[in-house]
Design a protein around this ligand. Structure first.
Ligand code: DC
Length: 226
């Protein structure tokens, strides 16, 4: 039997990273954080002096990216050229680098096989923007996780506050609306639910409720071995 896959796509700050990790831990399945791959690529390009406009150099870099994902407990360490960059790649600046390299279709193509290689027994939870629409089109359970812009901004605001960064809620709502607009209207891999995706609006749901909803759905579709 082929490896069962649950894809979780959605807009920025929809909580998909947290939900995907929880689902993977609960099921004991592998986790693909595809955003981390784009982040590592942007970070590595900048570190070694490759211009983010140089498409052909980025394609070569994407093909040979010296990155390893090491699963450790419920966490995944991101090892680039022997350095643990798990935390470094999480900041906003690296997010910007990632969004720039992600617009080149051949760069995305170069990362495709690397992402698909995560589909290993006993199963995979894949988190990103195009997991259900491009990378794992045959996945038996596709989730599109969303929430209102206001709620996503509020979550982001709390995250930033916890880390000691200042921000205003109004500015974050504006920022999220702009990013949605950009993500959904870009020519390359625009963010949209797969035709066969289940759209889950988490505006009024807790992480636990969303995770339970996904696990129920996986159960109903007989994805979980007993
Ligand atoms: O989910 P994230 O914030 O870590 O993603 C970082 C960037 O990479 C974001 O700008 C969108 C892009 N990305 C993408 O284009 N396709 C994916 N499958 C995952 C992320």
């Amino acid at each position: 039997m082929s490896v069962p896959i649950i894809t979780i796509d959605g807009p920025v700050s929809s909580g998909k990273g947290t939900v995907a990790r929880e689902v993977a831990v609960k099921l004991g399945w592998h986790l693909l954080d595809s955003g981390a791959l784009y982040r590592v690529l942007g970070f590595h390009a900048e570190r070694i002096g490759v211009s983010l406009d140089d498409e052909s150099a980025l394609i070569e870099l994407a093909k040979s990216l010296p990155v390893r994902f090491v699963e450790k407990g419920g966490d995944t360490l991101v090892i680039l050229d022997g350095d643990d960059v798990s935390d470094t790649i999480r900041n906003e600046q690296v997010g910007e680098l990632a969004s720039k390299v992600a617009v080149f279709q051949p760069v995305r193509d170069a990362l495709l096989g690397r992402q698909q290689a995560f589909a290993q027994s006993p199963g995979l939870v894949a988190d990103g923007r195009d997991m259900g629409t491009v990378v794992f089109t045959a996945a038996p359970l596709k989730i599109f996780l969303t929430a209102s812009a206001e709620e996503r901004a509020r979550r982001r605001y709390n995250q930033l506050k916890d880390k000691g960064f200042g921000a205003t809620l109004a500015a974050l709502i504006e920022d999220i609306r702009n990013r949605d607009e950009r993500d959904m209207n870009r020519d390359v891999a625009p963010l949209r639910p797969a035709d066969d995706a289940l759209v889950v609006d988490s505006t009024a749901l807790s992480v636990v409720e969303v995770v339970d909803r996904i696990l129920d759905e996986a159960q109903q579709r007989s994805l979980l071995s007993v």
